[in-house]
Write a protein that binds this ligand. Sequence first.
Ligand code: AMP
Length: 305
Amino acid sequence: MGIVVVGTVAFDTIETPFGRGENVLGGSATYFSTSASFFSDVSLVAVVGEDFPDEHVQFLQSRDIDVKGLSRIPGKTFHWTGKYGYDLNEAQTLDTQLNVLMEFRPNLPESYRDAEYLFLANIDPELQMEVLEQVRKPRLVACDTMNFWISSKPEALKRVLQKVDIVVINEAEARQFTGEVNLIKAARGIIALGCRRLVIKRGEYGVLMFTADSVFAAPAYPLEEVFDPTGAGDTFAGGFMGYLANTGDLSEDGIRQAIVFGSVMASFNVEDFSLNRMKRLEYKEIEARYKSFKSLTNFRDIAMP
Ligand code: AMP
């Protein structure tokens, strides 16, 4: 079986310099699973309230995402309100209503427990840990988080980071978590906690990937039109994990290639509000952008004397 993801399925209210969306579909698990579904089977673990429209669930199913692990419980769906200024790299959270997330106790369907790939998307680290404990023998586990959980549950988060293979985190959050201004030192601090590999997302500046003894850099795809950066990090992670699950190649080269597929998926997502760009994306566009990404970063080796 492919990837299991736990994260939020949400209503977002977003303001960017280019427009506003009220109660639009969002959530870390929504973006992740939609992006990963272009490459692999994905099974979702999340919770929504009674106010969540069926049409959104039908959209996930139309992408062949397994929603057996999507619970609907009494109460309101998680709601995030955020704003971006002209610097689209950093979201400002205006309000977070946890709602049904406070009652949620994930109990994975039996068919999810043999997943080979597990992604703990941005959600309460205690829930991330509960899901991690229910998956028997995953081949690869990665996780994400954000400032909200770094400040409210730092100890629970540390326990999760110590148990995963790959941590995927934003630049600002890597600094916040370690208290280090220098990004390289912050990366070393997170690796020292025990994860083997760290991927730092830097918005329009791309991605840096660290292990104890290597660094890899990929730029972001240069775009003229960026409308809404919401979900860029989660679509990146979805493309990254989706591609790894598709090929099963966990060599250094395989992981680097997956980083570029992740970057390609994020570059599409920011071209429109909410999941609108993902909804009309076709696989042939992904391949074409991967190829132009390759030529963007291709240069000659030094000629040896
Ligand atoms: P990103 O990829 O970082 O832009 O993630 C954006 C998504 O994260 C939005 O669609 C939000 O619904 C979701 N989100 C915002 N705050 C939180 C939080 N504290 N926990 C989990 N998900 C969140």
